[in-house]
Write a protein that binds this ligand. Sequence first.
Ligand SMILES: NC(=O)c1ccc[n+]([C@@H]2O[C@H](COP(=O)([O-])OP(=O)(O)OC[C@H]3O[C@@H](n4cnc5c(N)ncnc54)[C@H](OP(=O)(O)O)[C@@H]3O)[C@@H](O)[C@H]2O)c1
Length: 258
Amino acid sequence: MSTALVTGGTSGIGLAFCRELAERGNDLVIVARHRARLENVSDELRARHSINVEILAADLSKRAPLRRVADRVADRERPIDLLVNNAGFGMSKSFLKGELADEEAMLDVLCRGVLVLSHAGALSMKDRGRGAIINVSSVAGFAPMGTYAAAKAWCTAFTETLAHELEGSGVSATALCPGFTRTEMHERANVDMSRLPKVMWLEADRLVRDCLDDVKAGKVISIPGAQYKLIAGMAQVAPRGLVRALSGRAASVRRRQE
Ligand SMILES: NC(=O)c1ccc[n+]([C@@H]2O[C@H](COP(=O)([O-])OP(=O)(O)OC[C@H]3O[C@@H](n4cnc5c(N)ncnc54)[C@H](OP(=O)(O)O)[C@@H]3O)[C@@H](O)[C@H]2O)c1
């Protein structure tokens, strides 16, 4: 039995991580902004499984709450064995049409939050000689498709660097790169997904189980779904100019809807 800390654990992929890890008998520390939703999830998981659940209400786009969560991650008296940096959100507007403050908040959560919590987690896990970090990135990070994709490209490259630095320490780092997944994210970002073909949708429960298998197998990058493995593979070998042209076309279709 061990303890996992999951950011953004009240909805979508993060909630699927919490449910799967609780099912496997892990204690949990769940982080998100809205306390009522945190309490609902912790009540559900405590009632179904005999595990301890701690909740931390924190806005990870802000430095002081992020520091509080990092201190909890680093706490050597109550060690965290698995850190899942999952909290995040997308944007519906293109870079020049959106608000700069929103872009900065997104970068703070998707990049600075991941950086600060990974630093706290990796140092304390390394001292204990065991542990795992999962950074929820995106398959979007393999293509230049806006600032969200750029932040996810950073997340994947950062996690690969971290995995390299942790080699031989007993601690692993894995970037989970999902494609479109049925969660609250697109509705929250006000993005119309009604025209996405069914075959492109992933289910959060399944991708979480596959990701935990990939962590066990020592994979540094976990891409769920054959369709997205193919897309990510092609984006990495195709000429960059072609990837840019195709990504630009997809982005302009979306911009016409703004
Ligand atoms: N859904 C997809 O298609 C997809 C694809 C690839 C990657 N991803 C990535 O998967 C991760 C999870 O997304 P999801 O699709 O599961 O979204 P979701 O259903 O909207 O859940 C997002 C979670 O993050 C929390 N959160 C958002 N902003 C936060 C902040 N500033 N501070 C702390 N917690 C915050 C939310 O809780 P509160 O609102 O209470 O804070 C919620 O628990 C994200 O990193 C996303 O980029 C999603």
